[in-house]
Design a protein around this ligand. Structure first.
Ligand SMILES: [Zn+2]
Length: 467
């Protein structure tokens, strides 16, 4: 009997998750994420899947983040004919995210090919999208959903189940059982105390654990003060007659903000001003959050139980999908809050809002997420004196406030606290994936110092024997 695990993505990096489990010849793929990075390299890595697709019996998907589900349509296009197992909320969010990606890819290809035809970029080659909306629809037909805590069959003699991961709506820890072994996979491990979601569940005793390590060398601010800080920003900005602009990712971060704002509104801790969610994707994602109360924690259900309201809808909240309506928000002179995408201010409607708010000393730009190098979001977070938007330079006069506590990943202390609850007698090894080298090295050191035996960092394309 041979059992092995091989990382074909998210090995010593945080993108393109794909981990192939081989249980005595039966191959099960954990995740099929999109690799994101420099254009040419990303395209090359996403086009050719580095394993025999026909040999893959089934896919198990832990959650709907793009770097975990984004390349499933390429797998199906390449001939994969098995089931894609996930939770119901993951399926719904993955549907939204994959269709959005197909749409963006079609637009991108159209733009590049148009420039090429007009001789503006002779070096460019004719580009085809990796997949189309139709490919996404075929992919969704493969999804088999199972709720948390229910065992399901993956292949002959192989079963699996999902536990709460506390990371995003529908996110799961995965337990796979076969060939007399029990293998755990963290997917992305969330944090205790996150709004909306239940805390990560303790895994049953496992023989091996495949563990993420994104924040293996970082510590987050405590979550406790987030509500107070959010209230302070809104109260002080409204007093000045300004508005609060929040660039936020359309899925999860936007809904966390809606949840907090709803609570603050009910507790009368913020003035009664309008709150707009201005992003079609965020509006659709919010509808999916409304439809999955089975994923809410007890606190969320109790907080809104007495007035029969959904956490993701209240009187002061308006969801904006129409573009004309979005532009009208810029004429609004009374204090208000706008949550808009993209999260790093690289594109989308947030740019129109920033054009108005960046030079206005009454307004506040509230940063609630990670801003990558060389993005407008990073320049705002760094409080550069002036920034360029749509080619024009604007002086940064608005207040910039950063809330660091929002993170959906456990930091290394939270990770260690979580892993200490595993039964060690049975645990023979931990394999680290989904982390930059420095983060992985630190987490490995922290775990070894705590007495965990055989902590290994998986390398791209190099299988490791488990039994
Ligand atoms: Zn994730």
């Amino acid at each position: 009997m041979r059992v092995s695990i091989c990382a074909h993505g998210a090995a010593e990096e945080v993108t393109g998750s794909k981990h192939l489990l081989d249980l005595d010849g039966c191959q099960v793929l954990l995740e099929c994420g999109m690799f994101q990075g420099r254009r040419a390299e990303a395209r090359k890595r996403n086009l050719s899947l580095p394993f025999a697709v026909a040999a893959v019996k089934a896919v198990i998907l832990s959650h709907a983040h793009f770097d975990h589900c984004g390349n499933l349509p390429s797998l199906v296009k390449a001939g994969f004919d098995g089931a894609i197992h996930c939770t119901p909320a993951t399926r719904d969010l993955a549907s939204l995210i994959l269709l959005d990606s197909a749409h963006i890819q079609a637009k991108d290809a159209e733009y590049v090919n148009h420039r090429r035809k007009r001789g503006k970029d002779r070096s460019a080659v004719e580009v085809e999208p990796l997949y189309t909306e139709e490919d996404v629809v075929h992919t969704l037909e493969h999804c088999l959903t199972t709720g948390y805590g229910r065992s399901f069959s993956v292949a002959d003699g192989i079963r699996a189940s999902f536990l709460d991961a506390g990371h995003i709506l529908g996110s799961a820890l995965v337990v796979v059982e076969g060939q007399g072994l029990r293998i755990g996979f963290t997917g992305d491990l969330g944090r205790p105390g996150l709004p909306i979601l239940r805390d990560p569940q303790v895994l049953p005793p496992v023989d091996y654990l495949i563990c993420e390590s994104t924040y293996g060398n970082r510590l987050h601010d405590p979550l406790g003060q987030t509500m107070d800080e959010l209230a302070e920003v809104i109260v002080s900005t409204a007093k000045k007659g300004g508005r609060v602009v929040i660039p936020a990712f359309a899925v999860e971060r936007t809904q966390e903000l809606i949840y907090f704002l709803h609570l603050l509104h009910d507790q009368e801790r913020i003035p009664d001003i309008p709150i707009y969610v201005d992003s079609p994707m965020a509006v659709n994602a919010t509808a999916i959050f409304r439809a999955h109360p089975e994923c809410y924690d007890g606190e969320t259900r109790r907080a809104f139980a007495d007035h029969a309201q959904n956490p993701f809808g209240f009187s002061r909240l308006s969801l904006v999908t129409d573009l004309a309506e979005s532009k009208k928000l810029n004429e609004l002179r009374l204090p208000h809050v706008v949550i808009s995408a993209s999260g790093m201010c690289e594109a989308g409607r947030i740019l129109h809002h920033l054009v108005r708010s960046v030079p206005d000393h009454r307004d506040t730009i509230l940063i609630v997420g990670f801003m990558a190098q060389n993005t407008l979001g990073r320049r705002l977070a760094d409080r550069e004196k002036q920034v360029k938007i749509f080619g024009e330079t604007y002086p940064l006069r608005a207040r910039v406030k950063i809330l660091n506590a929002f993170s959906a990943h456990a930091d290394y202390e939270e990770m260690l606290t979580y892993l200490r609850r595993l039964e060690r007698k049975r645990l023979k090894g931990i394999f680290l994936v989904h982390g930059e080298p420095e983060a992985q090295a630190n987490l490995k050191k922290v775990l070894e110092q705590d007495g965990f035996a055989r902590v290994e960092i998986l390398h791209q394309g190099e299988p490791v024997e488990l039994a």
